[in-house]
Design a binder for this molecule. Structure first.
Ligand code: N2P
Length: 395
């Protein structure tokens, strides 16, 4: 337990700082144009919603396999949180997946209507500043009280006015034991360095993600993953381009199953995706954790907070608020983590989270690991520079 308190202290500093230099960033890059305020309808209806009210079915736009539902929930032996919401509130949930913040943003920008979306920290700032989010009506989300204090005033969205934290995690390397030398820790070089990658050529995957993939390359090169220096971003893009010689794929949507299926030996990815997969293929007679590992590379990496937010394209704002409140329930929050193997920002959920998860340093990292992690921040107009660089990097 002591370790968790030390960890929380480090996290407190990091989450508070996360995104706080955004104003500086946008000023430094010329500032983002203020766009129009959200359509009055969505905000006005949200402000008038009653506690537990619904005004139609829920269109949820979430990352792949990020909420327990159907056979996934059954296999993991956790509550089906989608069916649970449908049963409790008498509405249907339509679930659509996305695989990167940028893909989700492009859809919302183009006017696609969803009731709840799941942007990461920096993307909340981007969307908020572009007036793409409805301000949450906290009167009908009383379960906000369950959120641990250190997640209650994040730098990316002061006071959580536009977002509610969903899960937090890290970016690292999932791998088949024996495929890389991990005796003294793992270097990003197993992905980015020609010699270190050679033994696994053709069996390596990178995330298909502007900030994440460039971010890991930047870390390998010794730079910040929020750098505003174009030369550093160019260098990272060149490095990724060079990996085309030995990587099998850019993949953010199924790398965890492809790893355990033997298609990949070494994959860049998110901690919970790997760990939940290792658990799901384990049986009474077989423990996949003996074959596969997860490492946060020595050069440092990314930590992130994913959130729930309501886009201004919302069609059912009251159902959206009711869903966010449902997900922030202590027991539901616990089940979410028991399924996802990502850490929970919900303090009250802790008593419902399996002990083995709370004690797993790949999920709740020790303070020394936290110290080498960096949160992404919104880069204002410089986001476009990263986007162009990543397009070039993919070749
Ligand atoms: C879901 C992974 C979501 C984590 N498969 C990305 N921040």
């Amino acid at each position: 337990m002591k370790r968790i308190f030390a960890l929380l202290a480090v996290m407190a500093l990091m989450v508070a700082a996360c995104g706080t230099d955004t104003t500086e960033t946008t000023e430094a890059t010329g500032g983002t144009e203020a766009t129009e305020a959200p359509p009055e309808g969505a905000q006005a209806i949200s402000d008038a919603c009653a506690l537990g009210a619904t005004d139609g079915d829920l269109n949820l736009y979430n990352w792949t396999d990020y909420i327990p539902t159907g056979s996934l929930a059954e296999d993991a032996e956790v509550k089906d949180l989608v069916a649970g919401f449908e049963d409790e509130f008498g509405v249907s949930v339509v679930l659509t997946f996305f695989n990167s913040n940028e893909d989700m943003l492009a859809q919302i920008d183009a006017g696609a209507s969803y009731d709840v979306v799941v942007p990461s920290d920096y993307m909340v700032t981007t969307m908020r500043d572009a007036d793409l989010l409805v301000e949450l009506n906290r009167d009908v989300i009383p379960n906000f009280a369950n959120i641990a204090e250190l997640f209650s005033d994040p730098g990316y969205d002061a006071g959580n006015l536009f977002s509610a934290p969903y899960q937090w995690g890290t970016t690292g390397i999932g791998y088949l034991y024996g495929s890389i030398d991990d005796e003294n820790g793992v270097s990003w070089g197993v992905l980015f360095d020609e010699d270190l990658a050679a033994p696994n050529a053709g069996f390596i995957s990178l995330l298909d993600d502007t900030r994440e993939t460039l971010g890991s390359a930047l870390k390998y090169l010794g730079y910040s993953l929020n750098t505003l220096n174009p030369d550093e971003v160019d260098e990272a893009a060149e490095l990724i381009l060079s990996t085309n010689e030995w990587i099998a794929a850019f993949n953010s949507s199924s790398y965890w199953t492809l790893l355990t299926a033997g298609e990949f030996n070494v994959s860049q990815g998110w901690n919970g995706d790997f760990l939940a997969e290792y658990d799901s293929i384990s049986t009474e007679d077989y423990d996949a954790y003996e074959d596969y590992g997860y490492a946060i590379p020595l050069e440092g990496s990314a930590a992130w907070v994913d959130t729930m937010a309501i886009p201004t394209t919302v069609a059912h704002p009251c159902t959206a608020h009711t869903f966010i409140n449902y997900m922030l329930d202590a027991e539901n929050g616990g089940e979410l983590t028991n399924f996802n193997y990502y850490a929970s920002p919900n303090g009250a959920a802790e008593e419902f989270i399996y002990e083995e998860i709370l004690e797993d340093p790949s999920i709740y990292p020790v303070p020394e690991t936290m110290a080498i992690l960096e949160f992404f921040v919104d880069l204002g107009e410089f986001n476009n520079y990263y986007a162009d660089a990543f397009t070039r990097a993919k070749g």
